[in-house]
Design a binder for this molecule. Structure first.
Ligand code: SAM
Length: 293
C-alpha cells in the first residue's frame, strides 16, 4: 500500500517539515504546530530539521531555506484564501491530495463547515495515527477519504455526504504536478461538475517540462542529496492540459499568479533566480461566481 514513507507520499513529509520550520521562524508566514510531529514520527524523516536552527546552512540551504520558504508562503496564501472562501459562503472544503495538511484543525471555520481530505489510504492512516497520539480536535467536521485521485473519487466523495448543491472551496495544493494529464482533466471536470455557484478552486501547476539546466539546479540537487527525493522524477512529464482555458470555457473566472507575486506582497518568500525550479510554478485562483479573486 503506498504510504507516506515512499514515492510521492514522501513529498507530504517534505512539505510538513518545511511548515514545521516556517512555524518556528521569527517572521513566520504560517503556523502549523502539528507538522513537526508528522516529521518526527515517520522513520524516514525522523532526523530531518523541524526548526530553523537545525537547518545546515540556514536560509542558504536550497531545500529547507528557499524551497521551504516557498511552502511556507504557499501555506499562508492558501490559509488566507480558504478562510476567505469559507467566510464568503463556502460550506465545504475539499483538500485534494491533502497529505499532512492540518487546516481542519488549525484554521477558524464558520459553524457547520465540513472539510473533506482526499489522499491515499497509507498517507491518511499515518496522519490519523499521529493526530490521535496528539488528541487533536478538529475545528470543523472532518471527513478523510482514502481514494486514488486517478480513480472514481467523485463517487467516494458523494458517498461521504458531500453536497454538490452548496458552495465548496476546493484545493489542489502541490498535487497536479504529479498527476497524468488525463487525471488532471478528469479532476477539473469533476470539480466543475460538483461545484455550485459561489465555489472556488485553487490549483498549482508547472508550465510544461523544465530544462536540463533547471533540473540540475540547486533546489532539486539539494532535495535529492539531503532527503533522497528526486522531484523531477516524480513530476509527470507529459504535456499539461489547459485547465485554465477549460475552466474559463465553463464560466469560471481564473486569475493566474506566480509565487513571486505573493513573496513581494508579503515581503518574505522566494524571488526569481536564474535556472529556477520555482519559475514555472503558477498558482491559479478560480471562482465559479464569475468574479475575479
Ligand atoms: N496538499 C498537501 C500539502 O500541500 O501539504 C500535500 C502535498 S504532497 C506534495 C502531494 C500529496 O498528493 C501527497 O500526500 C500524495 O499522497 C498525494 N497524491 C499524489 N498523487 C495522488 C493520487 N493519485 N491520489 C491521491 N493522492 C495523491
Amino acid at each position: 500500500m503506498p504510504g507516506v514513507e515512499d514515492g510521492v507520499g514522501l513529498t507530504a513529509l517534505m512539505v510538513a517539515a518545511a511548515r514545521a520550520i516556517e512555524t518556528h521562524r521569527p517572521d513566520a508566514l504560517a503556523g502549523d504546530t502539528y507538522a513537526e510531529h508528522f516529521v518526527r514520527t515517520a522513520r524516514v524523516s525522523a532526523t530531518w530539521p523541524v526548526r530553523p536552527e537545525e537547518v545546515t546552512g540556514g536560509d542558504a540551504n536550497p531545500l529547507w531555506g528557499r524551497l521551504g520558504r516557498y511552502f511556507g508562503l504557499r501555506t499562508r496564501v492558501l490559509d488566507d484564501s480558504l478562510t476567505r472562501s469559507a467566510h464568503a459562503g463556502a460550506r465545504q472544503v475539499v483538500l485534494l491530495g491533502a497529505g499532512l495538511d492540518t487546516r481542519a484543525f488549525r484554521l477558524g471555520w464558520p459553524p457547520g463547515l465540513v472539510v473533506y481530505e482526499i489522499d491515499r489510504d497509507g498517507v491518511l492512516k499515518f496522519k490519523q495515527h499521529v493526530l490521535d497520539g496528539l488528541a487533536a480536535v478538529p475545528a470543523a467536521t472532518r471527513r478523510p477519504i482514502a481514494v486514488d485521485l486517478r480513480d472514481d473519487w467523485a463517487h467516494a466523495l458523494l458517498s461521504r455526504g458531500f453536497d454538490p448543491a452548496v458552495p465548496t472551496a476546493w484545493l489542489a495544493e502541490g498535487l497536479l504536478l504529479y498527476l497524468p494529464p488525463a487525471a488532471e482533466r478528469r479532476l477539473i471536470d469533476t470539480v466543475d461538475h460538483l461545484s455550485a455557484e459561489g465555489s472556488t478552486l485553487f490549483f498549482e501547476v508547472k508550465l510544461g517540462p523544465e530544462s536540463p539546466e533547471v533540473r540540475a539546479g540547486p533546489i532539486y540537487a539539494a532535495t535529492r542529496r539531503q532527503i533522497g527525493v528526486d522531484l523531477p522524477a516524480l513530476f509527470d512529464r507529459e504535456p499539461r492540459p489547459d485547465s485554465v482555458g477549460h475552466l474559463r470555457d465553463r464560466g469560471w473566472s481564473v486569475t493566474v499568479h506566480t509565487p513571486f507575486d505573493f513573496a513581494r506582497r508579503h515581503g518574505r518568500g522566494p524571488l526569481p533566480e536564474p535556472n529556477d525550479a520555482l519559475s514555472s510554478n503558477r498558482w491559479m485562483f478560480a471562482d465559479k461566481s464569475g468574479t475575479s479573486l
